[in-house]
Design a binder for this molecule. Structure first.
Ligand SMILES: [Fe+2]
Ligand SMILES: [Fe+2]
Length: 289
């Protein structure tokens, strides 16, 4: 067996931050600046997390006992972070339901997608996780790098998304390294072919499903037809244009020698730490008042 050289930084720390959001203050139904399309797309994304991240945890954990010690330790950090994300997004989704949204169609669609891997070899689920984790990491990078994405959002809810984004960046290489280890006997060509196919497949489903999910939630807010499509597509692709802005990072996945840590974006974590300590201080003042 040849040793695999991994570019994951040696001093990387994957630190689960066991935080809770939105338990004390009620965010408005349209928590994202009163904007229907902005609230809808983030709510649609959140709907995928409880089941989706539980799936990621299972998929990666299945390879832990076979992993070298450093990777096994990172898998532990990854699974703990994802389990807490599931918990917080489950709570977030319950608040959305409480404010009147019916998420059942969106949740059924997530279940349908996850069911595709059932009964298939564990490396299939790991491959899907590896691709989706890259997707999540580039969304997280963009969310933290460009404050415009959360402009106008209710502050504690914005905090939830930033906290999630920080941890997604920290553990962005774990599923990838686990997949590299699990497929270490494959040829480079086979690896590339499989990962490219998987990425194209999950990206197509991600874009189609989140768009449909957001349109469904906008319908529940009374925005339908051409107006709904225009507002949503403008928001996603033009301004602030999250999907357009991650396109370059998405394409890098297909380059030879790609690894999530080819770009070390841990500087974004420091910016979050400053914001988080500020908002934590504000909460303490509120509680004490
Ligand atoms: Fe997560
Ligand atoms: Fe993740």
């Amino acid at each position: 067996m040849t040793a695999t050289i991994l570019p994951t930084p040696a001093d990387l720390s994957i630190t689960p931050r066991d935080r809770r959001f939105g338990r004390e203050t009620a965010a408005p139904r349209l928590w994202h600046g009163g904007r229907v399309e902005a609230t809808a797309i983030y709510n649609a994304l959140s709907t995928t997390f409880p089941a989706g991240e539980a799936f990621f945890v299972e998929s990666v954990r299945a390879f832990r006992k076979d992993a070298p010690p450093k990777l096994a330790e990172e898998i532990k950090g990854f699974t703990t972070q994802e389990a807490i994300h599931s918990r917080e997004h489950d709570a977030f989704n319950k608040r959305a339901t409480h404010s009147g949204y019916d998420l059942s169609r969106l949740e059924a669609q997530v279940e349908k997608r996850l069911a595709v891997t059932r009964g298939k070899p564990p490396v299939v689920s790991l491959g899907a996780t590896m691709a989706l984790e890259h997707f999540t990491a580039i969304l997280a990078h963009q969310l933290l790098a460009n404050p415009r994405h959360l402009d106008g959002a209710e502050s504690e809810t914005a905090d939830l998304w930033r906290w999630h984004a920080v941890e997604e960046i920290e553990h962005k290489g774990v599923a990838y390294d686990t997949w590299l280890h699990a497929t270490r006997h494959w040829t480079r060509w086979k690896r590339w072919k499989v990962k490219a196919k998987v990425m194209l497949y999950v990206t197509r489903n991600f874009v189609v499903d989140r768009t449909a999910g957001a349109l469904e939630l906008m319908r529940q807010d009374g925005v339908t037809g051409l107006s709904a499509w225009t507002r949503l597509l403008w928001y996603l692709w033009v301004r602030p244009g999250m999907f357009r802005k991650i396109a370059g990072a998405w394409m890098k996945f297909f380059l030879p020698g790609f690894h999530p840590w080819n770009e070390d974006d841990r500087h974004l974590l420091g910016r979050y730490a400053a914001i988080a300590s500020g908002s934590e201080a504000k909460r303490k003042v509120r509680r004490a008042a």
